[in-house]
Design a binder for this molecule. Structure first.
Ligand SMILES: *Cc1c(COP(=O)(O)O)cnc(C)c1O
Length: 366
């Protein structure tokens, strides 16, 4: 439908993509330029990542979350967090094994599990449970059979943020049922109103049961660079590392050096970005609420999760918006069945274009 609208010459407003529209901050680019010229960086990097990068990660965890990790054994550099999320099931899931996966959710979780030969038990994220997984609703035999659990806060696609007490309940659950927790924190630094989301590793005992995946992609507008990391339980880190030594050969060192510059900058490079997203969020959320749509203003991440009006499905409302108003959104059921009845919009577009999208929606009605 999008291709057809483009072919008709429609001026498309794309609120479907989860990719920052702003450039990587210049100090990071300058560091890459300098590091790329150094011949020491032209050979194969170490599999685990440069110790200097992993140390920068550990220092950042200490400053940002008050969590102490050993850079030598509890941190691994990834070729983007998607790479690690997709590969971790190969280390721990055998044919027929079970993994717990949030739904709606990032498609890489169930796909990674199925590539490893495992199957998935969906944990529905629904409004009645504040869009958090309901641990009590997981049947006991399923919990006992499960080897892995994926979690994601701040969440894509709902933007919901889990609190530390939820993470603590997850730690207890995972300890009781011997489950490895893989928490995806790709959006931890995209937050609003000064309220910083917690790390899973802040919960007591978290390092005994799991790891946290992180990315420079969303935080520093570096989606094209491919650099992320995993932090936490050393056996889980080592298992993923062992898979990776057989598949890839690490991240270009010049990119890791630029990554150090990014992590050491703390909030200097990111405060401005958060401010821009927050202004956009306010324009979009204010406009959509005035149109009578059902949604919560996101506290973090750059997604708005919107209930479709009566008489529509995820698909038919998505179609209505693109055909009548040239607005591209993502149907919620594309993230899993419990996403039916929702669409997802992103704030990775200028506030002028977001205001224009709201104006167009007001005109077409439903
Ligand atoms: C964007 C995204 C990622 C991964 O990004 P990378 O660029 O691979 O680091 C991971 N999880 C979620 C939920 C995302 O939306």
């Amino acid at each position: 439908m999008k291709q057809k609208a483009i072919a008709r010459g429609v001026d498309i407003i794309n609120l479907g993509v989860g990719d920052p529209d702003l450039p990587t901050p210049s100090p990071i680019i300058e560091k890459l330029n300098e590091a790329a010229a150094n011949p020491n960086n032209h050979q194969y990097p170490s599999y685990d990542g440069m110790l200097s990068f992993r140390t920068a990660v550990a220092n950042w965890y200490q400053r940002r979350f008050g969590v102490t990790v050993n850079p030598a054994s509890e941190v691994l550099t990834l070729i983007g967090s998607k790479e690690g999320i997709g590969h971790v099931p190969l280390a721990f899931i055998d044919a027929g094994d079970l993994a717990l996966v949030p739904s709606p959710g990032y498609p890489v979780y169930p796909v990674g599990v199925s590539f490893a030969g495992g199957s998935v038990h969906m944990m529905p994220l629904v409004k009645e449970n504040n869009f958090l997984p309901d641990l009590d609703a997981i049947p006991k035999d399923v919990a006992n059979r499960a080897k892995l659990m994926f979690l994601n806060s701040p969440n894509n696609p709902t933007s919901v943020v889990a609190e530390k007490d939820f993470f603590k309940r997850v730690v207890d659950f995972a300890g009781e049922h011997q489950i490895i927790v893989c928490h995806d924190a790709a959006y931890s630094e995209i937050y609003y109103d000064g309220k910083r989301p917690a790390s899973f590793l802040e919960a007591d005992g978290a390092t005994d049961v799991g790891v946290e995946f992180h990315s420079l992609s969303k935080t520093f507008n570096m989606t094209g660079w491919r650099i992320g990391f995993v932090v936490g339980n050393k056996d889980v880190v080592a298992g993923l590392g062992k898979v990776k030594t057989n598949i890839d050969s690490g991240v270009f060192q010049a990119i890791q050096e630029a990554g150090i510059t990014a992590l050491e900058s703390d909030d200097r490079l990111t405060d401005g970005l958060r401010k821009i997203y927050q202004e956009r969020r306010d324009v979009l959320v204010g406009g959509l609420k005035a149109l009578g749509l059902e949604l919560d203003s996101p506290r973090a991440a750059f997604y708005v999760w919107i209930g479709v009006p009566k008489g529509f499905t995820s698909e038919s409302f998505t179609a209505h918006l693109i055909e009548k108003a040239g607005i591209v959104t993502t149907p919620g059921n594309g993230f899993g069945d419990p996403g039916e009845g929702y669409i997802r919009m992103t704030v990775t577009t200028s506030k002028e274009r977001l205001a224009e999208a709201v104006e167009r929606m007001k005109k077409i009605g439903w």
